[in-house]
Structures are given as structure tokens and as C-alpha cells.
Design a protein around this ligand. Structure first.
Ligand code: GLC
Ligand code: MG
Length: 533
């Protein structure tokens, strides 16, 4: 059986506020994305996941949806969306939208109706409870953005639940009418031609019956963010969520070749259950382990081995290095290792998701306190939890505002935008952009990389090296990554003796490869064995 597009392909995440502005309001939009498709084609990705574009008061920058079946005027119109979709498809690119089912905006007509009166026909569409017997919130659940997960409503004298901001009330997924309304939203976009969805906080959808208190977290330390005071035992990852994921999958499959990607932050053994329990679940439960793993070869080898071993039969792997919620990879591992990280992401087995700007090596962008926008930072300032630094405008060229907008950008640009931008990196053979283009071209040219098997190799004495074989049919490649700052000599397996270098993260060096391979500090290479008759 040949691989599906979402297996062999590479996903690229666009944060729409920050990709390209077309109308001078300083905020990226759909026409802007359409005008930049050439960049994505020349980069060599296959699918674009766009963070939410729906009408929204923007309390959480689009993750507070006020209408699941329309486009926010700041991003454009439904017809702009159709135009983007057609333009992408004509270039062979898929479009994945963001589906935000756990909560709506507090301005969604459903919630406005729900909070009108206790007798409202939509009262049960959200999670309303009386105050605890002694007064105060119904239980001890904490919002992911800090503070109680309950907000008091004066008019009707009850609390409502919000796992995130109070402007993001949780929908009641135990109510079949809510389920149907949300499934209809999926059908609306699938019928328009959307190729898939990334599903926001999928593991949050169902809460334990009776809403018991969550247990305290023994590992909690101040500075971690208040949400970590308790373990989210009863507020997330309930067994009933799998039937819902299964129903979403049934709907997606009904439209043919579509994909569902679940956002799930859980330990591996619980994460992989989202491939399906009893029925099929999502195609790709996001695997965020590279974002959290310590950056050393042995830790990464362990992560890869455990994940591969945990995958259920038929479960296709996937890997993520960065997204709109987590620090930039170049900030976490440094500029030299970011090149190694790119090679890792794009040569592991499974679908990679690449975050916009990471192909330029964008690092940390300082946000002056007067310009902070992210509610996460505003609610718990100074803990380093803010997400603005990873949501800054894409730098395209050295013209005003890096070509992102003719107006005032909603967040500051990266300080080094005059050099670190698409146009100047395209001219520099050693840039991150060129490395990404090379890696993506290599992946496209070698089924061993896009769909082949993976075998980790024993490091021998080269403990800073992460090495693995990728194999498809009789095509075999060897990837070796030096995660350390010292040269490393790697003994090659017999089949790789006399290999040639297909790609190095460093400037090419004419080295002949015999029985071993000398890796320079922070060098990653892809090797192909010689042709043997
Ligand atoms: C997800 C999104 C994040 C958002 C949250 C609430 O984690 O990635 O950006 O704030 O859900 O919707
Ligand atoms: Mg705009």
C-alpha cells in the first residue's frame, strides 16, 4: 500500500497574524498567505496548517471562536479563504485548519444564550455549577492560564467552567446537541475542500462525571505556572474522549483523503491511545517530545526508542520541534545545534511539523513589556511563559518592516531581521533556509527518508552522536548527528563503509569515508552507501 500524503509529507505551521499582511493593518491575513505560497513551494513542504482564522474577539488570538463557520474580517472573508485553498491546491499544497472544540468564545451566540437564564435552551451546552456548599468555586480546578477555572455569573447565580481564559468557556461535550453542532462545523469546512484539521487540546474535551477535585501535584514549585499546582487527573484525558475522536475520524474518513491531527500533551503511553481505542482515533496525535527532551544524544535516542516501541500497530509517527506556544528551537538549543535539530526533524521516521520562521533560524525575540499581547504572559508575568516571542512577524526581506506589512506590525520583528530574512538567506548557500530546502529535497528524493523504516545505531564510544539507519526496500541511508561540541569519530556498520555524504549541516569538506566517519562539532550528515553490484 502506498503512503498517504500526510504520511510521506511535511506539515508547515502558519500563525496567520504573523505571516504576511496584505492590507496594512499590521496583522497577517489570508490574502497575505496566498501571496507567499511561492516561498512554501520552493521550501518543499506539502501541507500548511493555519492557526485559527474564525471570527474571534481575539482574547486568545483566535483560540476563542465566536463562529465556527466563518472567517474573521481581520483575516479576510470566506471567499478569500476559497481563493487561498484553490491557489494552494493548484500548487500541490494541502490546507489544514485549526479546530477549537473544547471551548468557544464567551461572545459566541451559544454562550450568550446559555448565560441568559438557567432555563435557557442552551444552558447545558456549557458547564454550569452552583457554588460549593461553603461558597466559592465548585471544585479546585485551575485554569491553564492561572487562577480558578471557574467564573461566577452574577445574573444567573452560577459558575461556569473555563480551562483557559474566562473568555473561553468550556463546551459541554457530554451534551449530544453540542457534539452534533461541532461535527457540523467539521463538515462545513471539509465540504469546502479543507484537507484536514489540527484539533486544539483534544485531551481536554470530556471531564470526569461529578467534577471531583484534582489531586495536588507533589512536584509543584512556584515559578512553574499556577496550573501545575494540581494534576489534571479529572479535568482531562477521560476514557469517553476516545469515542468523540472516533466520531471525528468517521466524519473525516467520509470525505476521503483527509487528516486529523490531535494536540495532546500527555506521557507517551497515554498519548498513543489517541490513535484509537476500540475505533480509530486521530491520524496523528501530536508528538511533542522533541520540544521537551534534554538536548543530548542519549536522551534523544531513548525518546525515539520509547516512542517507536509505544506506537500501536498501524500508528504512523510524527515529530514536532516548535509551535506557537513553545520557545523557538534556536533559542532552546542554540544556533549551531538548531541546524542539527532541523536535520533530525526532517530525517526521523514520521510526519514532521515545521513552525514558520524556524526555517530561518529565528531565535528569541525580546518583547518590550509595553508591547506584550499574550494573555498567558499578562496573567502570570515574568515566568517566561509568554508566547509573544515565538509569534513575531515573518521577516521576508530587508525592506521596511521586513516586507511583512506596510503598517505597524502587531508584534516587533526579530532584532536581526535586516539579515535574517527569506530574501537574504535565499542568497546564502550556508543559511538555515537553504539547509531546510536541501533537507526537504533530500526527503522528497528518498523514500527511505519519507516512508522508510528506522533503526537506531549503537553509538560505541561516540556518546554525543545520535545515529540511525533509514531503509526502504534496498535503499539504505545513514544519519549521524553530533549533538556535542567536540569532534566525534563514529564506527560505521559494514554496509555503510565507503559511503558518500549526501548532505552535511556544515560546509562541505572533501573527506573520504572508510570504516568510520569523523563528525565535526555540531555536524549532522546524511550518508548513502556506495552502489554494490
Ligand atoms: C492550545 C493552543 C493555544 C491556546 C490553547 C487554548 O494549546 O495551541 O495557543 O491558547 O489551546 O485554546
Ligand atoms: Mg492584515
Amino acid at each position: 500500500m502506498s503512503a498517504a500524503w500526510w504520511q510521506g509529507g511535511v506539515v508547515y505551521q502558519v500563525y496567520p497574524r504573523s505571516f504576511q499582511d496584505s492590507d496594512g493593518d499590521g496583522i497577517g491575513d489570508l490574502r497575505g498567505i496566498e501571496s507567499r505560497l511561492e516561498h512554501l513551494v520552493s521550501l518543499g513542504i506539502d501541507a500548511i496548517w493555519i492557526s485559527p482564522i474564525y471570527p474571534s474577539p481575539m482574547a486568545d488570538f483566535g483560540y476563542d471562536v465566536a463562529d465556527y463557520c466563518d472567517v474573521d474580517p481581520r483575516f479576510g472573508t470566506l471567499s478569500d479563504f476559497d481563493s487561498l485553498l484553490a491557489a494552494a491546491h493548484s500548487r500541490g499544497l494541502k490546507i489544514i485548519l485549526d479546530f477549537v472544540p473544547n471551548h468557544s468564545s464567551s461572545q459566541h451566540p451559544w454562550f450568550l444564550e446559555s448565560k441568559r437564564a438557567r432555563t435557557s435552551a442552551k444552558r447545558d451546552w456549557y458547564v454550569w455549577r452552583d457554588a460549593a456548599s461553603g461558597g466559592g468555586p465548585p471544585n479546585n480546578w485551575i485554569s491553564d492560564f492561572g487562577g480558578s477555572a471557574w467564573e461566577w455569573d452574577e445574573t444567573t447565580g452560577q459558575y461556569y467552567l473555563h480551562a483557559f481564559l474566562k473568555e473561553q468557556p468550556d463546551l459541554n461535550w457530554r451534551n449530544p446537541a453540542v457534539q452534533q453542532a461541532m461535527y457540523d462545523a467539521l463538515r462545513f469546512w471539509f465540504a469546502r475542500g479543507v484537507d484536514g484539521f489540527r484539533i486544539d487540546v483534544l485531551w481536554h474535551l470530556i471531564k470526569a462525571e461529578g467534577l471531583p477535585d484534582n489531586p495536588p501535584n507533589p512536584a509543584y514549585r512556584p515559578g512553574m505556572g499556577e496550573m501545575h499546582r494540581v494534576l489534571q487527573l479529572h479535568s482531562t484525558d477521560q476514557p469517553e474522549v476516545h469515542a468523540i475522536a472516533g466520531e471525528m475520524r468517521r466524519i473525516a474518513d467520509g470525505f476521503g483523503d483527509r487528516v486529523l491531527i490531535g494536540e495532546i500533551y500527555l506521557p507517551v503511553e497515554r498519548l498513543v491511545r489517541y490513535y484509537g481505542v476500540e475505533t480509530l482515533g486521530v491520524h496523528l496525535p501530536f508528538n511533542f517530545q522533541l520540544v521537551d527532551a534534554p538536548w543530548n544524544a542519549r536522551a534523544l535516542a531513548a525518546v525515539i526508542a520509547e516512542y517507536e516501541a509505544a506506537l500501536p500497530c498501524g500508528g504512523w509517527p510524527n515529530w514536532v520541534l516548535g509551535n506557537h506556544d513553545r520557545p523557538r528551537v534556536a533559542e532552546r538549543v542554540g544556533e549551531a545545534q538548531a541546524r542539527v535539530a532541523a536535520m533530525l526533524l526532517l530525517t526521523l521516521r514520521g510526519t514532521p511539523t515545521l513552525y514558520y520562521g524556524d526555517e530561518l533560524g529565528l531565535g528569541r525575540v525580546e518583547i518590550p513589556s509595553a508591547r506584550v499581547q499574550d494573555p498567558r504572559e499578562l496573567r502570570e508575568p515574568g515566568l517566561g511563559l509568554g508566547r509573544d516571542p515565538v509569534r513575531t512577524p515573518m521577516p521576508w526581506d530587508a525592506s521596511a518592516n521586513a516586507g511583512f506589512t506596510t503598517g505597524a506590525p502587531w508584534l516587533p520583528l526579530n532584532g536581526d531581521w535586516a539579515e535574517r530574512n527569506v530574501a537574504s538567506e535565499a542568497r546564502d548557500a550556508r543559511s538555515m533556509l537553504v539547509l531546510h530546502r536541501q533537507l526537504l529535497a533530500l526527503r522528497r528524493a528518498h523514500p527511505a527518508l519519507s516512508v522508510g523504516d528506522l533503526t537506531l545505531l549503537e553509538p560505541g564510544d561516540a556518546t554525543d552522536v545520535l545515529a540511525y539507519e533509514r531503509r526502504h526496500g534496498d535503499q539504505r541511508l545513514l544519519v549521524a548527528l553530533n549533538l556535542g561540541a567536540m569532534p566525534q569519530s563514529v564506527a560505521l556498520p559494514g554496509w555503510a563503509h565507503g559511503s558518500k555524504v549526501l548532505l552535511s549541516t556544515l560546509e562541505a569538506e572533501v573527506a573520504s569515508i572508510g570504516e568510520s566517519l569523523l563528525l565535526r562539532p555540531a555536524e549532522g550528515i546524511v550518508l548513502a552507501p556506495p552502489c554494490r553490484p
